[in-house]
Design a protein around this ligand. Structure first.
Ligand SMILES: C[S@@+](CC[C@H](N)C(=O)[O-])C[C@H]1O[C@@H](n2cnc3c(N)ncnc32)[C@H](O)[C@@H]1O
Ligand code: SF4
Length: 430
């Protein structure tokens, strides 16, 4: 169902990192580089027709893996991760951000999420100001479960609201009652949690007024963070088949652009400012630090089936590597199915399915792709000469901010945000 994993080279059975990742003798991690942990919870009560995330309903899961045993299995990977990072000789750092995503993390009892956070704390320690987020479906929380999470150290919850309009939610096959949104936001805030709402625009049949109603309903809750994503109809999903059969019609690019502009207008008017193409926050403190760290190229370990991880090199390049071939970091990804994931960990083996050793050029491209989507923009020095050369044309076309470019940064204009993929392609065209 969900997309195939990338090809890559094999990972040693013990999960060990290449020796050049850390010099082992005085390699230092820049003080600004954080260390995040992503915990994937691959379960949902029903699969929404548009979703191709690595998640399983009870009937899709089959034997050999269960929701009930999942926390214990994932804790094994946390132990393995602590051992691998320690053995690599990387400087020990407390975790700056934790993000529990899914799937539907809150399908697990709150006690399981608390155990997982406890595992992270035991393995590395949590920074005193650590951000700890869980995603949640609005129909899978109670005031009690949210209070239990907050008491255990969770600081933030991100609810999948998607829309306030019943026919849109029905097309998306969402199960929650939109009237519940103000309640869950209030419960979370009463528990002391920061709250974010996820919205989707461009669902087949959604009018501009429907989208306005969803934005207004989200803002009426007083939230300090909103993510608004254009619906992507991924190949292989039920919705892709409905589109192919002509049962539902996708919106035009103009419709999507108008909806993005409306989102930016209403969210900005309510005091939420964009800080990434699809994310708006009231203050800097309301931004999702976990995602920012990912977009800025920090280190993170992804726990769970299909989760990806990245660790940047602090040590010397492998002997004989040319400057451009020198490896700047390693990215790996876990096997996708929860059954295989559990079996590998039970056998004491790394659940990693493959890895990529990033060259300097690949690392630069990745930094450019992620960094340019941020309001703070991208240091033009990250770009190749061809990429820097393309900046003037993008400024002339109104996609990049001229003043920022003169100051050495690539910052998207509103038009540029609408065409962010085009900008990325242009500045990374080697
Ligand atoms: C994978 S979900 C996990 C959280 C939770 N299960 C939920 O659905 O609310 C995270 C977010 O990704 C977004 N998302 C998932 N599939 C998407 C798609 N095909 N197009 C746009 N956004 C999508 C939704 O807004 C969702 O809230
Ligand atoms: S609830 Fe979230 S993760 Fe689960 S199928 Fe729906 S969108 Fe995907």
């Amino acid at each position: 169902m969900s997309p195939a994993l990338p090809e890559g080279e094999p990972v040693p059975p013990d999960g060990s990192l290449p020796s050049w990742v850390a010099s082992g003798a005085g390699g230092t991690v820049p003080a600004t580089r954080g260390f995040g942990v992503y915990l994937h919870v691959p379960f949902c009560s029903v699969r929404c027709g548009y979703c191709d995330f690595n998640t399983y309903t009870a009937s899709e899961l089959g034997g050999g893996a269960s929701q009930a045993s999942y926390a214990s299995t994932a804790l094994r990977e946390i132990d393995l991760a602590a051992r691998v990072l320690h053995d690599a000789g990387l400087p020990e750092r407390p975790v700056s951000t934790v993000f529990v995503g899914g799937g539907t993390p809150t399908l697990l009892p709150a006690g399981d999420l608390v155990r997982l956070l406890g595992g992270v704390r035991d393995a590395w320690g949590l920074a005193p100001d650590a951000e700890v987020t869980t995603e949640a479906n609005p129909d899978s929380v109670t005031p009690e479960s949210l209070a239990e999470l907050a008491a255990a150290g969770f600081t933030r919850v991100s609810f999948g609201m998607q829309s306030a309009v019943p026919h849109v939610l029905a097309t998306l096959e969402r199960t929650h009652d939109p009237r519940r949104i103000p309640d869950v936001v209030r419960w979370a805030r009463d528990a002391g949690l920061q709250v974010s709402l996820d919205l989707i625009y461009g669902t087949p049949g959604e009018s501009l007024d429907d989208w306005r109603a969803s934005l207004e309903a989200a803002l009426a809750t007083g939230v300090d963070h909103v993510s608004a994503y254009a619906l992507v109809v991924e190949a292989g999903t039920k919705m892709a088949a409905q589109v192919r059969r002509g049962e539902v019609a996708l919106p035009s690019e103009d419709d999507q652009a108008t909806k993005y502009e409306l989102a930016d207008e209403l969210l900005t008017a309510a005091g939420l400012t964009w800080y990434e193409v699809s994310n708006w926050a009231r203050t800097d403190a309301d931004r999702c630090r976990h995602n920012l760290a990912y977009w800025r190229g920090d280190d993170w370990w992804g726990i769970g089936p299909g989760a990806h991880s990245y660790v940047a090199a602090t040590g010397a390049a492998p002997a004989g590597a040319s400057p451009e071939d020198a490896r700047v970091g390693v990215r790996w990804w876990n096997v996708k199915h929860p059954r295989r994931y559990a079996a590998l960990l039970e056998a004491g083996t790394s659940p990693a399915a493959g890895r990529e050793l990033l060259t300097r050029t690949e690392g630069r491209l990745e930094r450019a792709m992620l960094g340019v989507r941020l309001r703070e923009g991208l240091d033009l020095a990250v770009l190749s000469p061809a990429g820097r050369h393309a900046v003037a044309g993008l400024v002339a076309n109104g996609l990049l901010d001229g003043r920022a470019a003169v100051a050495g940064r690539a910052v998207l204009t509103l038009r540029g945000r609408l065409l962010a993929d085009t900008v990325v392609r242009t500045i990374t065209d080697e």
